[in-house]
Design a protein around this ligand. Structure first.
Ligand SMILES: Nc1ncnc2c1ncn2[C@@H]1O[C@H](COP(=O)(O)OP(=O)(O)O)[C@@H](O)[C@H]1O
Ligand SMILES: Cc1ncc(COP(=O)(O)OP(=O)(O)O)c(N)n1
Length: 277
């Protein structure tokens, strides 16, 4: 959960709402966070996370799920155990693991034991894992500086975990920032969108993985879910919000912004990046 509202569960729930699916959540930690970064993180007790998952599954049910910031080994192990139990009962389909391990400034957020548990217990249970540049470096041991590096990382992650992988390019240099690599063991695809020239990229990873989960929940296949989510995040970036002194959040509800501008209720508001106006 990100109290600045730009990433974590706030970004996930906005994305779910935009896609017309009912989003639920299990809070794993509270971050003191704004557009400049994270200043403090408080983790929930693992059994409190488990209780939240069980409350949702037992009553409402899950068509698709995504994980985000799982801060320590205890939380990761508890979530992985729940996922395993629920998958055995066919109550947890379409799991997307966004392996949040490194902050946007390149700082590692979780320790080595937590990374091991993530790799050993959780990622293999997913349908898709979506590492950014730095997370792919941790998962593969490669230094990733090029498109070829991103492709090699995708192949290694598929080989090691036997699940589909999307390497996100937002942390790369230049035009590679708009490029992601998909590999599912058969098809290697370069997903390209034109680079959106903005500093306001806070929450792109959460938004992408929750849009993928939302598309899966609506019955799309995995690759189409990824393609649609990529288009969504690209447009949300074009309408990102210029708030705070750092990297502002993406604009999840851009059609409403368009409508508001069209009707004249928002005019030349410098907080919104509006490419078409
Ligand atoms: N400036 C940008 N222009 C276009 N797409 C971008 C830009 N920055 C990030 N993206 C896209 O946002 C998505 C999230 O990627 P990334 O920012 O690398 O994830 P994370 O937030 O986990 O670090 C990816 O689809 C990536 O290509
Ligand atoms: C609470 C919380 N969860 C996840 C993240 C990572 O967010 P992401 O979408 O990868 O965007 P940035 O960190 O790059 O802004 C987070 N920051 N906070």
């Amino acid at each position: 959960m990100s109290l600045g509202g730009g990433a974590g569960i706030q970004a996930d729930l906005r994305t779910f709402a935009f896609h017309c699916v009912h989003g639920t959540s299990a809070i794993t930690c509270i971050t003191a966070q704004n557009t400049l970064g994270v200043t403090r993180v408080d983790a929930m007790a693992p059994d409190a996370v488990v209780a939240q998952i069980q409350a949702v599954v037992e009553d409402i049910g899950v068509d698709a799920a995504k994980t985000g910031m799982l801060l320590n080994q205890g939380i990761i192990a508890a979530v992985a155990e729940q996922v395993g139990l629920l998958q055995a009962k066919n109550q947890m389909r379409n799991l997307v693991v966004d392996p949040v391990m490194v902050s946007r400034t390149g700082v590692q957020l979780i320790d080595g034991d937590a990374v091991k548990t993530l790799c050993h217990d959780l990622i293999p249970k997913a349908a898709l894992v979506t590492p950014n540049r730095y997370e792919a470096q941790i998962l593969t041991g490669l230094e990733i500086n090029s498109l070829d590096g991103m492709k090699s990382a995708a192949e290694i992650i598929y080989r090691d975990f036997n699940i589909a992988v999307l390497i996100k390019g937002g942390g790369m240099e230049g035009d590679l920032r708009g490029i992601d690599i998909w590999f599912d063991g058969e098809k290697l695809e370069i997903l390209t969108t034109k680079l959106v020239d903005t500093k306001n990229t806070h929450g792109t990873g959460c938004t992408l993985s929750s849009a993928i989960a939302a598309n899966l929940a609506q019955g799309e296949n995995l690759f189409t879910s990824v393609q649609k989510a990529k288009n969504y995040v690209t447009t949300a970036l074009k309408y990102s919000l210029n708030i705070g002194a750092g990297q502002g959040p993406v604009g999840h509800f851009y059609p409403l912004l368009e409508e508001a501008v069209g009707s004249g209720s928002i005019k030349n508001n410098p907080q919104f990046s509006m490419p078409n106006f």
